[in-house]
Ligand binder design. Structure first.
Ligand SMILES: Cc1cc2nc3c(=O)[nH]c(=O)nc-3n(C[C@H](O)[C@H](O)[C@H](O)COP(=O)(O)OP(=O)(O)OC[C@H]3O[C@@H](n4cnc5c(N)ncnc54)[C@H](O)[C@@H]3O)c2cc1C
Length: 445
C-alpha cells in the first residue's frame, strides 16, 4: 500500500473519528494539481462586467465578456475555483434531470426538445473544447454504468433510457444480471444500463484551464475577495468587496451552491446540498479492474445519490454521495460514506481512506438549471449536482448574452425560476427528506 499524501494531522484535530482514518481532509484532486492563482493587487475601481463566483460558470462567462472587449473582473470569496468546481467527482454526463415528458407537460414539447438538445450539446461542446484547445483535464471517454438495485428499477431504468424522442436520447446498452460482472463486481445490483458516451475528467485541472483561458482573454481574477453587498446605481451596480468598492455596469451572480445573503432573490431559489467524497488508498490494479471493468463511472438507481469512478491514474476509487441528512463536518460523515461504499463493494469494508472532502451543490425546486436576468442582475446556477457540462455550457451562453453577442440563445432563458413559501435559503426540510429517501431505498421502493 502506498499512501503518498499527507496525513490528517493538526487540521483534523488530535482524535481520529474512526480507527484507521489517517486520511487528509481536502479534495483528492489537489494531490497532483493546484488551484489557479489570483491576479496580484486590489480590484479595479470600475469595470464593465463583475462576475461573482470563480467556478466553471463564472470563468466561462468571463472569458466571453472579456473576449468581446468588456473589461471583466471575476471575484471569489475563497480561492479561484475553490468551490464545487475543484471538488466534484469529475463525471461528465447528460445533465438534465426531468424526463422529456415532464418538461413537455411543463413547457410544451418544443421547449422540452430544445432543452434536451442543449443538454446533449453541452457534453459535446465540453468534449470539443477539451480536444480543440488541448485542455489539460485528463479527459477520458470512460462511459458510465448505472446499476439497478431491484428488477423493477432495472425495468424503469431501461424504459426511461428509451423514452426521449428520436435523436434526443443518450445511447445505452442494457446489462442483464447474468452479465453484471462485465460492468461491475457488486452484489448490490440486479443488472443495469451502460451509457458509453459519458466521460471522466480531473475537475481541478479543468477549472485551472478555464481560469487560464479567462485570463488570457483579458479577465482579471481577484481572490480571496468576498462581495459583501450590492447596490444599484444609475450606471449599474456598486459592489462592496473585501478589498474596497467596485463599480460595474453588469453583474453576474455565479455562486451556485454557495449563494448567500448577497442576493436574497437567488438564495430563495437555490438549495445548498452537501455532497461528500472519499478517495480510497491505492488498490491493486487487478482488484480495481475486476471491481470496475474498463474503469467506468458508476451510479445507481437509489434515491440517495451515490457515484464512483477510478482516479485518473487508475489506482484508487473515488466515491461520493449524500452521506449526511444534515450538513456536517466531513469527518463525521466518513463512517457512513465508507458504509455506503461497502454496500456496493463489500470487500472494501475495511479499505483505508486517503482523502475525504465535501462541497455544496446547488439544487432547485424544479431540478433544472436556471439563467437569466432579474432586476438587472444576471445569474446562472442550479445544476442539481451535475454541473460540469451545464455550468461550462450555460456559463458561456450567459457570457455571450451579457456581451450582446450571437450564440447566447437558450431554451432556459425566460423559464420561471421557482421559489417556495417558507424557504429563505436554509433547507430545513432536507434531513427529513434524506431519511425518507434512505427508507425508500431500503424497502426497494
Ligand atoms: C462533492 C461533489 C461532487 C460533484 N460531482 C459532480 C460530478 O461528478 N459531475 C458533475 O457534473 N457535477 C458534479 N458536482 C457539481 C459541480 O461541481 C457543480 O455543479 C459546478 O462545479 C458548479 O460550478 P459553479 O461555477 O456554478 O459553482 P462553484 O464552483 O461552486 O463556484 C461558486 C463560487 O462562488 C463563490 N462565492 C459565493 N458567494 C460569494 C461572494 N459573496 N463573493 C465572492 N464569491 C462568492 C464561492 O466561493 C465559490 O467559489 C459535484 C459537486 C460536489 C460538491
Amino acid at each position: 500500500m502506498v499512501v503518498s499524501i499527507p496525513r490528517a494531522g493538526a487540521a483534523l484535530g488530535p482524535r481520529p473519528v474512526i480507527s484507521d482514518a489517517d486520511y487528509a481532509a481536502g479534495p483528492y484532486w489537489a494531490c497532483d494539481a493546484t488551484l489557479p492563482a489570483a491576479d496580484p493587487g486590489p480590484p479595479p475601481a470600475a469595470v464593465d462586467v463583475a462576475v461573482i463566483g470563480a467556478g466553471y460558470t463564472g470563468l466561462t462567462a468571463a472569458r466571453e465578456t472579456a473576449q468581446a472587449g468588456r473589461s471583466t473582473l471575476v471575484l471569489d470569496a475563497g480561492p479561484i475555483g475553490g468551490g464545487c468546481s475543484s471538488r466534484n467527482g469529475g463525471l461528465v454526463a447528460f445533465s438534465i434531470k426531468p424526463a422529456h415528458a415532464v418538461l413537455a407537460a411543463r413547457h410544451g414539447a418544443a421547449v422540452a426538445s430544445r432543452i434536451y438538445a442543449e443538454a446533449l450539446e453541452a457534453v459535446a461542446s465540453l468534449k470539443a473544447l477539451a480536444r480543440d484547445e488541448h485542455l489539460d483535464c485528463d479527459w477520458r471517454d470512460a462511459g458510465c454504468f448505472v446499476g439497478a438495485h431491484t428488477a423493477r428499477h432495472l425495468r424503469a431504468l431501461v424504459r426511461d433510457s428509451a423514452a426521449p424522442p428520436a435523436g434526443l436520447g443518450v445511447p445505452f446498452e442494457v446489462v442483464s444480471e447474468a452479465r453484471l460482472r462485465e460492468a461491475i463486481d457488486s452484489p448490490l445490483y440486479r443488472g443495469g444500463v451502460l451509457y458509453p458516451d459519458e466521460a471522466a475528467i480531473h475537475p481541478l485541472k479543468l477549472v485551472a484551464a478555464l481560469a487560464l483561458r479567462a485570463r488570457a482573454a483579458g479577465a482579471r481574477l481577484c481572490a480571496p475577495c468576498a462581495v459583501r453587498s450590492l447596490a444599484r446605481t444609475p450606471g449599474g451596480f456598486e459592489l462592496a468587496t473585501a478589498a474596497g468598492p467596485v463599480r460595474a455596469r453588469q453583474v453576474l451572480i455565479a455562486t451556485n451552491g454557495y449563494t448567500g445573503a448577497l442576493s436574497p432573490w437567488h438564495r430563495r431559489r437555490v438549495l445548498p446540498i452537501g455532497s461528500y467524497m472519499l478517495a480510497t488508498e491505492e488498490l491493486e490494479r487487478a482488484q480495481l479492474e475486476r471491481l470496475i471493468p474498463q474503469g467506468r463511472n458508476v451510479g445507481d438507481t437509489r434515491r440517495v445519490v451515490v457515484y464512483l469512478r477510478p482516479s485518473p491514474d487508475g489506482r484508487r476509487i473515488l466515491f461520493g454521495g449524500r452521506a449526511s441528512a444534515a450538513e456536517k463536518d466531513v469527518r463525521r460523515c466518513l463512517p457512513r460514506l465508507r458504509a455506503m461504499l461497502a454496500e456496493i463493494f463489500p470487500e472494501l469494508a475495511r479499505v483505508r481512506v486517503s482523502r475525504a472532502w465535501m462541497g455544496f451543490v446547488g439544487y432547485t425546486f424544479d431540478t433544472m438549471p436556471h439563467l437569466g436576468e432579474q432586476h438587472g442582475l444576471y445569474y446562472c446556477m442550479g445544476y442539481c449536482g451535475q454541473g460540469i457540462p451545464s455550468a461550462t455550457y450555460y456559463g458561456r451562453k450567459l457570457g455571450l448574452r451579457m456581451a450582446g453577442r450571437a450564440g447566447g440563445d437558450t431554451a432556459l432563458a425566460g423559464l420561471e425560476f421557482p421559489a417556495r413559501p417558507y424557504y429563505l435559503g436554509r433547507p430545513w426540510f432536507l434531513p427529513a427528506a434524506v431519511l425518507g429517501y434512505r427508507l425508500a431505498d431500503r424497502l426497494g421502493l
